[in-house]
Design a protein around this ligand. Structure first.
Ligand code: DGL
Length: 270
């Protein structure tokens, strides 16, 4: 049993979808959300730069005495995969890609799996690699959808314009006759209803955040670290403007975010 918090890290509002999934199954945990809206979006940035930002956040989470950090960002998971796998970070941390890839391979019947993600995640080919590791012979088709990241970050997650943008972005995946679609950017589950409407009932949606939440619970259970007595505090930090974060996240976080603090982090050169 441990009352120490769990940290969540993303470039912006996307990781809230992962934290929401964890809060749903581990309501007594103290959760800390910290995002880098100052450097949003991560998708077009060089991976070395994203890794540098992630390392700055890991120091912050270590200072917060986190027992576990969820890298609630696919792009940062791709950028820091070796660090995550090597356990070479100042706090225990896990990404969202492997749980997402595992869930997709378990769900797909045809083995034709689509990935909607950022440019950085698509270029890294991290999803095709893990999907094929869990299911040899799977056909993986990717689509970079940066416009949807921007829309979600603005809190624009419904309406005819977003629907048209979703349809445009996903058209190549639907043309490839996928039966499963990985929402490979944590911003996308915010617009899940629109995406579900566009792809129709024959395509199963995979939210890696949901699969990750189950793995967080299993890991804490196995390590004897589940918080069984806490009241479930939630705190929010951003490198950007806290007022803007509060305003947008009030549309994206159940009940709204009452307060957020600005943090200044030391992003060391590699
Ligand atoms: N939400 C993030 C992801 O899952 C990053 C989006 C961005 O900053 O471009 O990849």
């Amino acid at each position: 049993m441990s009352e120490r918090p769990i940290g969540f890290f993303d470039s912006g509002e996307g990781g809230l979808t992962v934290m929401r999934a964890v809060a749903g199954i581990l309501p007594r945990e103290n959760l800390i959300y910290a995002c880098d809206t100052l450097h949003f979006p991560y998708g077009p940035r060089p991976m070395s730069e994203v890794r540098r930002f992630l390392l700055g956040f890991m120091e912050f989470f270590a200072e917060q005495n986190c027992k576990l950090v969820v890298v609630a960002c696919n792009t940062a998971t791709a950028a820091a995969l070796e660090l995550l796998e090597g356990g070479a970070l100042p706090v225990p941390a896990m990404g969202v890609v492997q749980p997402g890839a595992r869930a997709a391979t378990a769900t797909s019947r045809s083995g034709r799996i689509g990935v909607a993600a950022t440019q950085g995640t698509c270029a890294s080919a991290i999803y095709p690699a893990f999907v094929r590791r869990y299911r040899a012979g799977a056909a993986v088709v990717q689509a970079a959808c940066p416009i949807l990241v921007i829309r979600a970050e603005e809190g624009i997650i419904a309406g005819p314009e977003v629907r048209a943008e979703v349809a445009r972005c996903l058209a190549p995946l639907l043309a490839a006759e996928i039966d499963t679609l990985i929402l490979g950017c944590t911003h996308f589950p915010h617009m899940r209803a629109v995406i579900a409407d566009v792809v129709g009932p024959d395509v199963q949606l995979i939210d890696p955040g949901v699969a990750t939440a189950a793995e967080v619970a299993a890991r804490l259970q196995a390590e004897g670290l589940v918080n069984t007595t806490g009241t479930g505090s939630r705190s929010f930090f951003t490198t950007g403007d806290p007022a803007r974060f509060i305003q947008v996240s009030s549309r994206l976080w159940p009940g709204g975010v009452p307060a957020a603090q600005q943090i200044r982090l030391d992003f060391k050169r590699e």
